[in-house]
Ligand binder design. Sequence first.
Ligand SMILES: [Zn+2]
Length: 345
Amino acid sequence: MLSRPPLSLHQRQGLRFALICALAFGAAIAYAADPPPTTTAKKPTADISATSASSAKEVGAQLREALGTSVAPQKKLTIVVSGKAAANRSTPTTVKSARAAAVVGHSQTTQMQSVHGGDVHWTYEGEKGPQAWGRLKPDFNVCAIGKRQSPINIDDGSTLMGPAEPLLFNYTPSNGTVLNNGHTIQVEVQGDNSLTVRGGRYRLVQFHFHAPSEEQFNGKRTAMVAHLVHRNDEGQLAVVALLLEPGAANPLIDKVWTYMPLEVNDRVRMPRELLNLNELLPIDQRYYQFMGSLTTPPCTEGVLWTVLRQPLQISPAQIKLFTQLYPNNARPVQALNGRPVREAQ
Ligand SMILES: [Zn+2]
């Protein structure tokens, strides 16, 4: 936990100015005042990165909180926003600067609790890192003793090769809210988006990112991975993992990064129907499939995992922007314990 010096008058004025600027930035950016519709999931929680009920907050309350009690920025982050990709036009790059709290330390503990749906702080490194998750809270026990945990290493030589049931993605232009939850950048999705797999229909709830990829292939990770979290009417989860490797910039990720909140627990609503997950799907949809768990506490099992074989490209600059916030938010691979991994041809 990092200490938290009181804000000087000068800092408060700076914060106030920054907030006014942020508000004036345009109707495109708004603090979402609505809790996500994903908060009623029972088992497992609707949320690989542990989204849960966050209390709705008025903008005014957020402003008061920011002016009165927010954590003093602990490091400066300069974010370079390319208007070209976000707005789909070829204007010169514009540069915006923003101060961001370091996302380590979780100084805003109370807020973190509401966002993460848990009352226990956990991390990816140190004494509350993955090796300790199972001991942090009784509800997290399965992180330590579960036999079908995620992520896993997929070894080419030991998969069950066979015919593929096609994955039926039905994604449409949707609304999104980008959340910095202290563990990842996550987009909560509102729209008509579904995946039909294994005879069931699952609705897209949210997607988020890890760096490096949590999944390994023959012992190797890719630079990043996107996890698309779907849930059916029974509350069961189906997660699609899209591996990301350095290459060309990805237009959908540019849109998400444009609205990326820099402060932990902040959320930014994207312009209406800006989000189209079809932009993220590879043409080659062959995949690996296995049963696993949430990769974050409480590590609940019973999650249907589908990992697409073809990695997508994402530019080094896009990777850098994420890893400046989250340089390592990947859980180590877990034992297979005899689980079959299907390789759909
Ligand atoms: Zn994930």
